[in-house]
Design a protein around this ligand. Structure first.
Ligand SMILES: Cc1cc2nc3c(=O)[nH]c(=O)nc-3n(C[C@H](O)[C@H](O)[C@H](O)COP(=O)(O)OP(=O)(O)OC[C@H]3O[C@@H](n4cnc5c(N)ncnc54)[C@H](O)[C@@H]3O)c2cc1C
Length: 294
């Protein structure tokens, strides 16, 4: 199928892009096109104007500020995150998740910003960015907003971004000096969207968990922070984490409904599997560590 006719704009600066978003009412931002173009081809989306942001080179960079926070431009491609070389906990978690996204051509074109704004409930980046405590920087002619994950994500394919706003970057704070992270996903075939996925982040003092994020995707409502599981982890010695117990608690944090692929019960049992495996990934010998556990 072909998309409905549309007007095409390719601004060469952020200012021009924000102007265009203000001028045109029914406009869509075009980043990698890996979600938008298929939906336009199927006529599920029929924007009258496309604002192609691919000339905005400043949005395609990743840099570190003086406090070791990462500023990841919205146009950084999945493939670039898959190829990150830094030994930091963030890069290892991003790398691990990136390789699960679709197939190589999709990873070469698709951007982290496009994925976050699209907010597919089964996408990797919303879950990973939430587990890393990320912030979302939204810019419009009217100013800049910096939202936490719980403010940004509002449900399946729904975020707090407004029509005249552009997601310019995602900020990933420096991990705690002593922290671990883990990732697990279940999908039917390599490259398929996840049926369920989980990213965990645990900071610890001594050998006791001082902060925990357990984030699940693929369930009803999309990205879900599992608060019961997180509460149970805080204060727990690292070597006494009962992974099955925490996974059972995470199940109670999630909603699911029967769909054409599976029952809600099956989806929730997958939640238990991915939470257990992400914890095992974080706490096991080959886990993602900011510093070796003593
Ligand atoms: C066959 C196939 C398999 C896939 N498998 C997976 C998978 O396993 N996991 C996964 O996570 N994804 C998967 N994807 C989706 C892919 O990751 C997309 O790249 C991603 O969802 C969207 O990124 P994009 O840069 O292509 O954005 P686009 O498609 O260009 O845009 C997506 C949406 O975001 C908006 N947007 C984009 N950038 C901005 C911005 N900076 N500010 C404001 N709005 C913006 C657009 O207007 C549009 O509404 C798959 C896609 C395909 C075609």
């Amino acid at each position: 199928m072909k998309p409905a006719p549309f007007h095409y704009e390719r601004p060469s600066s952020l200012e021009e892009a924000l102007d265009a978003l203000t001028v045109y009412e029914d406009a869509k931002v075009l980043a990698g096109g890996q979600s938008l173009v298929p939906t336009m081809n199927m006529r599920l989306a029929q924007p009258s104007v496309l604002i192609d942001i691919n000339s905005l080179a400043d949005l395609a960079t990743l840099h570190t500020d003086a406090l070791e926070n990462w500023m990841v431009g919205a146009l950084v491609r999945h493939y670039e995150l898959e190829q990150l070389q830094a030994g930091d906990l963030r890069s290892r978690l991003l790398r691990r998740a990136a390789r699960e996204i679709g197939h190589l051509p999709i990873r070469l074109h698709g951007s982290i910003g496009g994925s976050l704004v699209h907010a597919d409930p089964a996408a990797e980046w919303p879950v990973v960015v939430t587990a890393l405590g990320g912030y979302f920087v939204l810019q419009s002619k009217g100013g800049v907003r910096r939202l936490s994950s719980s403010e940004f994500f509002q449900g399946t394919f729904t975020t707090a971004i407004e029509d005249a706003e552009l997601l310019t970057r995602v900020e990933l704070p420096a991990p705690a000096e002593r922290s671990v992270a883990g990732f697990a996903e279940v999908s039917r075939r390599t490259g398929d969207f996840a049926l369920a996925l989980c990213a965990v982040y645990l900071a610890f003092e001594g050998d006791v968990v001082s902060a925990a994020r357990v984030v699940v995707g693929g369930v009803a409502g999309g990205v879900t922070s599992c608060q019961n599981a997180e509460l149970a982890l805080v204060g727990c010695p690292l070597n006494r984490v009962e992974k099955r117990q925490i996974a059972a608690l995470a199940r109670t944090d999630c909603n699911a409904y029967d769909d054409i692929n599976s029952t809600a019960k099956f989806q929730l049992s997958l939640v238990e599997v991915v939470v257990h495996d992400a914890l095992a990934d974080a706490l096991g010998g080959a886990g993602i560590r900011q510093e070796k556990v003593s």
